[in-house]
Design a protein around this ligand. Structure first.
Ligand code: FAD
Length: 463
């Protein structure tokens, strides 16, 4: 009897299939804690190859785990049941940049930052900006419906997907949507595929909306006495009729870690910090910036760092990136939970996080996208691989997610469910919604070959 490897090299070129240890190892993980080895890795070079592999896998009921850049945060691409790790990273061509139609056509392996750059070069803009944009792929962004700071004003990945080419579980090539900016033909399968975490089909090409690039941007770095004062400022900015392109908030724990790592003078005094970015025409940005400064000082800002040009903005964003490094510098492992709450609950969330920290003795750092309530709540643990620590951390996560859900929030705003949040998915979706998910999965992947073992498999297998 032939092996999986032998079968595959009879179907696609031999150089596209690997079972060498290095490839197997590097395709067994993402940026979460789980790890599981595939039996083979397929490096697909074309839609046709993806279709051939899926048709074969479906016939033989072999699990297929699609992988973009592998920098997901929830073990979405981890091959939990072995089988095929299907990498589309080499399908990385920007096929078309078309300002007349306001769209780009790309293969799934294109790195998000490179697409942004290509659009920027002709004065256009692809706004979704996950912090991982220099590494992650468009296919991965679509499959997780990735977001980022600028999604407050511009929306998440899904809002930019006009059309997709998708290979179905049985290996058929399906086109959904197109290049029209409005399209109400049939069900919105484009949106269904967005965020489907590699469980409903493999995206092999995407037509994405681009918009004219804003002329300029400017920022304010604003310190406040405490978190409630900064949260009040978030609402005051929006109430004043200003829609910032980003509105990021940071709590006292994170600031303390940053001062420890970057030096006490790296940040002005205060136990909360707000970063406000606005963009648009030069004159209006200038005016808005002045108006915002008056507003913010009027409601208790302690200090405002003015960043009127690109270079100064970059310094503030660097500080934001440094918050992550500062937390790493504590020597603890960051369990980054991308929970979302209705914006009115920001203060209660951080108060809850402080209470959780006191009760569990697990430090909790909160910072993130204040404008849309997506506050990354980071449990800082010693060693998540240690069973006792893991048990304590999971118990704390239980409390966090229960609180979030009972306050109208969501357990993930950006990263997805994957394996990381599988234990909480039923609670989060509710019985009827979970069953509907399973029915959709059954209709689109009856043999359950696409990403099995993840959040739709009620198998009691967690990590
Ligand atoms: C430092 C860091 C910062 C991050 N910041 C953010 C952030 O700000 N916002 C955010 O949203 N996320 C963020 N993430 C998470 C991650 O980068 C995103 O989830 C990203 O979209 C993953 O892309 P990827 O190409 O690495 O996907 P992978 O990890 O390879 O896969 C992710 C999921 O998508 C599926 N998939 C991948 N490609 C395809 C395809 N072509 N067709 C069908 N399914 C596919 C996989 O099966 C898997 O389920 C961050 C991660 C890191 C490490």
């Amino acid at each position: 009897m032939k092996t999986l490897y032998q079968d595959l090299i009879a179907l696609i070129p031999e150089e596209c299939v690997s079972q060498v240890d290095l490839d197997i190892e590097s395709h067994s993980i993402d940026k979460w804690h789980a790890s599981a080895k595939p039996d083979v890795v397929v490096f697909a070079k074309s839609t046709k190859q993806v279709a051939v592999v899926l048709s074969y896998a479906n016939e033989h009921k072999i699990p297929v785990y699609t992988r973009g850049a592998g920098v997901g945060y929830v073990a979405g691409c981890v091959p939990l049941r072995g089988g095929i790790a299907l990498s589309v990273a080499s399908m990385n061509q920007i096929i078309e940049v078309n300002p007349e139609d306001g769209c780009v056509v790309v293969q799934p392996g294109v790195i998000t930052g490179e697409l942004q750059e290509a659009a920027r070069n002709i004065g256009w803009y692809y706004p979704p900006d996950p912090a991982s944009l220099k590494e992650c792929s468009i296919g991965g962004n679509i499959a997780t419906n990735a977001g980022g700071p600028r999604c407050l004003k511009y929306g998440v990945t899904k809002q930019y997907v006009l059309g997709l080419e998708v290979v179905t579980a049985s290996g058929e090539i399906m086109r959904v949507g197109g290049r029209c900016h409005k399209n109400k033909t049939g069900f919105d399968l484009c949106s269904l595929i967005c965020g489907s975490e590699g469980m409903l089909g493999v995206v092999t090409e995407a037509t994405l909306r681009i918009i004219p690039h804003p002329e300029t941007r400017a920022m304010l770095g604003v310190s406040f006495k405490d978190f409630p004062a900064a949260a009040r400022a978030v609402q005051a900015i929006l109430d004043a009729g200003v829609l910032p392109s980003a509105l990021e908030i940071t709590d006292a724990f994170t600031l303390a870690a940053a001062r420890d790592y970057l030096g006490q003078d790296s940040l002005p005094p205060g136990d909360a910090y707000l970063m406000v970015e606005i963009d648009g025409r030069v004159q209006s940005v200038k005016q808005e910036l002045e108006g915002l400064k008056d507003l913010l000082f009027g409601i208790g800002a302690l200090d405002i760092n003015d960043a009127p040009d690109e270079a100064a903005c970059e310094q503030i964003w660097q500080l934001r990136r440094d918050f992550s490094y500062s937390l790493k510098h504590t020597g603890l492992t960051k369990l980054n939970e991308d929970i979302v709450v209705p914006r009115s609950k920001l203060v209660e969330l951080v108060e809850f996080a402080r209470g959780l920290q006191d009760e569990t003795e697990i430090p909790v750092a909160c910072f993130g996208h204040a404008g849309d309530g997506n506050i990354h709540t980071n449990l800082m643990v010693e060693d998540y691989a240690d069973p006792e620590t893991k048990q304590r951390a999971d118990a704390a996560l239980n409390q966090l997610f229960s609180w979030v859900l009972s306050n109208g929030g969501a357990i993930t705003g950006e990263h997805g469910v994957g394996l990381a949040k599988k234990p909480w998915i039923k609670q989060a979706l509710g019985e009827v919604n979970y069953a509907m998910h399973q029915s959709i999965k059954q209709a689109m992947d009856p043999n359950n070959i696409l990403n099995p073992g993840k959040f739709l498999d009620d198998d009691g297998v967690y990590w």
